[in-house]
Design a protein around this ligand. Sequence first.
Ligand code: GDP
Ligand code: IMO
Ligand code: MG
Length: 430
Amino acid sequence: MKTDVLLGLQWGDEGKGKIVDVLTPQYDIVARFQGGPNAGHTIEFEDKKFVLHTIPSGIFNERSTNIIGNGVLVDPFILDKELQRLDTTGMDVTQNLYVSRKAHLILPSHRLLDAVYEQAKGEKKIGSTLKGIGPAYTDKTSRNGIRVGDLETAYFDERYAEARKRHFQLASIYNKDFLEVKIEGLVFEQYEQLWLEKLQLLQSLKKIDSEYYLAEALKENKKILAEGAQGTMLDVDFGSYPFVTSSNTTSAGVCNGLGLAPSTIGRVFGIFKAYCTRVGSGPFPTELFDDSGKQLQEKGNEFGATTGRPRRCGWLDLPALKYAVMINGVTELMMMKADVLSGFKEIKVATHYLVNGKETEKVPYSCNQIEVEPVFKTFPGWEEDLSTIKSPEDLPDNFKTYFHFIEKEVGIPIKLISVGPDREQTLLIA
Ligand code: GDP
Ligand code: IMO
Ligand code: MG
């Protein structure tokens, strides 16, 4: 068996959580391979809504095993909150949940550093979720990180104290009053106390050498779905650097985030919204500042699942979508939030960019300093409500024209159309 991959093709929040949940019955294992609690993956069913940050989105299927892979960052404080919320379902989700020993920890002082770095950047801030992602991945690559497996060792306390001291030294360069910076509304020492208490919870979860576990699972013909976080345009190598996250959000990230060989990767499901959104700073060529942008935001309820920040909205960006399809080797596309486009008189799609007066279909090296002007093609809109449609044939003709244009331009079939947040509002295309 191969491992299938599901990931975002835009700037995150494409609806990955919803679709992983929809696909989970077809898989034995669902595994997150990168990111951490900067992610917010929303799942809705039976009038209930859950937002997962670290736990894979297969958790609602009692038959599936869920793995937090080695490429993921784990914050026990946030993981505890997620587990408490899931407790309300009456399911004992910890039975089906495994954490890689090689996953790195987000320490309270990583969150402190995230905050002081962002403050120091002022206008140039990344717009980080302030979950400590950048500092924790920095420690991982600079070989200073602390891993989940270290909790089982005698040297954990010593490592923790060393890291804390080093982080305090760094923080003091940026802000001499760094200890007054609030985390989760608390001053450092109060927050740290709570965080330390949650280590026990992490101790109690099942820990595995996930690379061996997954290799064994593949040998036994088990089906694995790798769940991406963030989106391709936030990838640390291929996104709009430096306005990116600190991990490889692309399909290559599956190999080092789970310990799977490239030859074991099968289908790559690329998820995109029928328009674009971005939360945080950074270039966004098709961003709308007019009533259409407002309409997308309101109709799409475009507010961050992790931070509650309003998401910036714009029309679909084909050069960026094609770029993401290329980088990830997408085999099937999935179009999300199609229902949000109902009621627009006209719908636009950027087919090209104008860069220094020249037309290009390519995403420029950097969009930060140069003007990137999108060139739009306009389509007639539709009034019909898509959210109650049960079969793709019943979709309005103007929607079909829009849909087929995208499919033809990108050159990859769209196999799923999502018309609402609920599991049931999902149309499969044969
Ligand atoms: P993720 O990070 O990719 O999992 O996406 P988020 O959960 O952050 O954001 C997607 C938002 O859109 C969530 O509030 C979902 O409940 C919602 N959503 C997902 N699919 C659809 C859809 O087809 N239509 C509408 N209207 N909302 C959707
Ligand atoms: P999901 O998995 C949308 C954005 C932040 C910021 C940048 C860096 O829910 O799609 P970080 O906290 O990683 O240092 O922030 O990346 N960002 C996301 N945007 N969805 C996400 O995750 C995101 N995770 C990070 O807003 O611009
Ligand atoms: Mg999200």
